[in-house]
Design a protein around this ligand. Sequence first.
Ligand SMILES: N[C@@H](CCC(=O)N[C@@H](CS)C(=O)NCC(=O)O)C(=O)O
Length: 203
Amino acid sequence: MITIYGMTDSGNCYKPRLLMAKLGRPFKHVETSSRDGTTRSTAYLAKNANGKVPLLELEDGRFLAESNAILLYLAEGTRLLPTDAYERALVYQWLFFEQYSHEPYIAVRRSLMTYPERAVLATPERLASLLESGNRALGVMEAQLRKTPFLAGDAMSVADIALYAYTQDASVGGYDLGVLPAVRAWLARIEADQGHVPMAWLP
Ligand SMILES: N[C@@H](CCC(=O)N[C@@H](CS)C(=O)NCC(=O)O)C(=O)O
C-alpha cells in the first residue's frame, strides 16, 4: 500500500490526503513532524534529503517528494488530470502559481500566526507584506473563478486540490474571504465533490 509521510496540520500534506480520499484509494499515513525534529532525523533524510513533508512512498519502495509532483503522479489516468496537452498545461500553470505566488504568502502567514515557535518571526512589516502578496494571489483566483467553475476550466483538477489546501483556511492567516464570492463558491464546489475530507482527516 502507498504510504504518505506528513503533518496533519500542514496544507501541503493535506493535498495528497485529500486527493487519495477523492479517488477512493486506501493509503497509510505516517505522522512526520518538523516540530519534534523528525523531518531532520537521519532516518527521514535518507528518504527525502530535503527534509520536507509530504513524501510519498510507493509500494515498491521508491519515494516522491514535493506536494504538487505527488498530486500529478497520483492523478495520472483519473478524472482530475486532463490528457489534452493544453488542458494539462493549464493545470501545471496553476500548480506553479500555487508554489510561487500563493503558498509562500498564505501558508507562511498562517504558520506565523498559529505556530507559537514562529511568533518571533512575525514582525508587523513581514505580516503586512505577506497580507498584500497573499491578497494579490487570491485576487488572481477570484478573477479566474468568475470566468470558469474550476481554475483550469470547466472540470475539477489537481490544480483545484492544490489551491484548495491553503485557501480553505486562509482566514486563519488573516485573509478576508468574505470579499471573494467566486472563491467561496469554488470552495463549496470542491467540498460538494465526492469523497471530500477535512484537513484533520486521517485514514
Ligand atoms: N514545496 C514543498 C514544500 C514542503 C514544505 O515546506 N513542507 C513543510 C510543511 S508544510 C515542511 O516539511 N517543513 C518541515 C521542515 O522544513 O523541517 C511541497 O509543496 O511539498
